[in-house]
Design a protein around this ligand. Sequence first.
Ligand code: TRP
Length: 335
Amino acid sequence: MENKRKIVLTGDRPTGRLHLGHFVGSIENRLKLQDEADKAFYMVADIQALTDNAENPEKVRENVLEVALDNLACGINPKKTTMFIQSEVPEIAELTVLFLNLVTLARLKRNPTVKSEMKDKGYEENVPVGFLTYPISQAADILFCKSNLIPVGEDQLPVIEQANEIVDDFNRIYGQTFDRIKHLVGNTPRLVGIDGNSKMSKSLGNGIYLSDSYEIISKKVMNMYTDPKHIHVQDPGKVEGNVVFTYLDIFDNKKEEVSLLKKQYEKGGLGDVVIKKRLIEVLEKVIAPIREKRAELAKNPKAVMRILEKGTKEARKEAKKTMQEVKKAIKIDYF
Ligand code: TRP
């Protein structure tokens, strides 16, 4: 059973630019996997973005280019990764409709990711059906090209779990068709926001973006949550829950120096400004090359759209193959 082809797929909702949370949660793995996989796909999930942005089509449209630029700037290579737009592969919608029959309303409402997103958005019973069912459509995103390895942030794990239930039910009812799906979560599955909130997120406005300028990075770091009780330089400070140290642990390669700074901070005598200045330089080193490459690519948006167009054609070929097999399995292959 094992030793199958490794088919990787991942995607982003085009609702805003990508931040450091995306980078450590998923993008680093995308880069690694595009070299290791037999095939790799990257999807701009515009249909999924519309599930909670039905009234903001301009926002979704504008951000298609932005998320593609972010990924290309990080090093996603269109020669290795097939980059495409979800809505341009209608077979995904077709597969979604067939999967809808395999999932109950109760199961959808139990999905912890959907539950917490619904709470954040204040939906309750007035949730758009498209939003409630997005895990089903995400299963179709993954399975239309038979992918079986998904680099994602930790928050997406319940969605993958639900997709695997669809795989199991489909195979049981219609015969073996899909592989079970594995996930790969980054070294930092969930990055805290600059405000100390447990998750960096677009909607919480607590992110550092891969396209932020040096000035913006500096401003955000200077406002970062540290230890509210560490008022005077000589006061002993807390390291746990201190976002500056959390980020230094993740992004600063000089681990011994960081560990000395921590000791000094805990003892007292180390000011927030010193560690913040260090973090600004550390983050600038990560972001500067991405920002510069992004600016270069952004000069030619048509070239980016051509990459997506070419990738979409390739993705559709896979989709057609899978749909033939699926229709045959369900006995709706008439002519
Ligand atoms: N739900 C993902 C997010 O919000 C985006 C996404 C859509 C995705 N389809 C996917 C991720 C398929 C992995 C695989 O970030």
